[in-house]
Design a protein around this ligand. Sequence first.
Ligand code: SAM
Length: 278
Amino acid sequence: MPGMLYVVATPIGNLDDITARALRVLREVAVIAAEDTRHSARLLQHFGITTPLVACHEHNERDQGGRFLARLQGGEDVALISDAGTPLISDPGFHLVRQARASGIRVVPVPGPCALIAALSAAGLPSDRFVFEGFLPAKTAGRLARLEQLKEEPRTLIFYEAPHRLLDCLADLERIMGADRLAVMARELTKAFETFQGLPLGELRAWVAADGNQQRGECVLLVAGWQAPAENSVPAAALRVLELLLKEMPLKRAAALAAEITGVRKNLLYQAALEHQG
Ligand code: SAM
């Protein structure tokens, strides 16, 4: 009988989050394939687990895969873990899982912590439908291009981001999605300084920029999905034009001029001007 490949989730901060099943599987398998053996050795030591670790990271996963497959086919059980959270979720493991499945090996998930799910479960943004985008491209041009494609995505958007790119990423999100779009930053989940901050993107960027502590540690960014403007609503930019003109001229003239400048219907702007003054 071939062995089984267990895909085991491990804590993303708080070690108490490891599941009883994960501990049993990690104890019982013949070998653990780990993204970083030194990192995982500390986890295993904490729980008194002595199962041997073998490196399986993005650089050796394809080559190493054959060796794990041979052991699985020889009847040994193997557990796959990453540095934190669920393997394959912005972490190595995809090639090994695919090779194992293609070879008829049973692949068994042992679910547990995952930063995107933890963040979504407590962020207070719509969670019935969402899109996980992993890491955005590291360079601004690539990031802007990807965000442009996502600009009108109606589902909640979830991104992973590295601390040193957080501010640039927030600036690009604001630029493409608009300063008013609601976003939530979920930082240091399950750890001592766990923080959730939900603000419109413009305010969130300014809040993070003003506090160096918010630029450290690990974080998940969630952005509310795009909502089509109501048919009779005046876009925020047109309202700003209207407000400026209202300071300088009578209401009727301001509405007419704002309509010419912005292309928004004059009667809509006239109505908005009345509400503004009221
Ligand atoms: N496989 C992991 C999972 O299941 O969430 C994700 C690994 S990915 C390489 C690392 C990224 O996940 C970080 O840059 C951050 O965006 C997010 N992350 C991981 N742990 C986190 C935590 N405790 N709090 C907030 N974000 C975290």
